[in-house]
Design a protein around this ligand. Structure first.
Ligand code: SF4
Length: 98
């Protein structure tokens, strides 16, 4: 089974930050805000590349770190370059990493 690497490059490609599944999540909004603040303060992305700080790349960790997500919305994983690059359509769960 393919393993998606947890790297800054893959975080940058991840579409999770614009995913409708997370759009109303307070947990997601807080993590996104903190990540944007750190980036604006020129914090080295490599120093914050921990799953608890990054609201995405769940296909690498296997599970979203926020629990207040809405599975009734359409997941964006199928539109993501990581999805294509790693052939995630052949894996499980395949999207909705919740
Ligand atoms: S496939 Fe889904 S979870 Fe993985 S990086 Fe892309 S949008 Fe994020």
């Amino acid at each position: 089974m393919v393993k998606v690497e947890y790297t800054a490059e893959n975080v940058a490609k991840c579409q999770c930050t614009s995913c409708p599944v997370q759009a109303e999540s307070e947990c997601f909004k807080g993590r996104l805000r903190r990540m944007q603040e750190m980036i604006s303060e020129d914090v080295d992305i490599a120093s914050i590349i921990e799953a608890e700080n990054v609201p995405g790349l769940y296909c690498s960790t296997g599970k979203a770190s926020c629990t207040d997500l809405d599975a009734h919305q359409i997941c964006k994983c199928g539109e993501c370059p990581i999805w294509t690059e790693y052939g995630l359509n052949k894996g499980e769960p395949g999207s909705y990493f919740m």
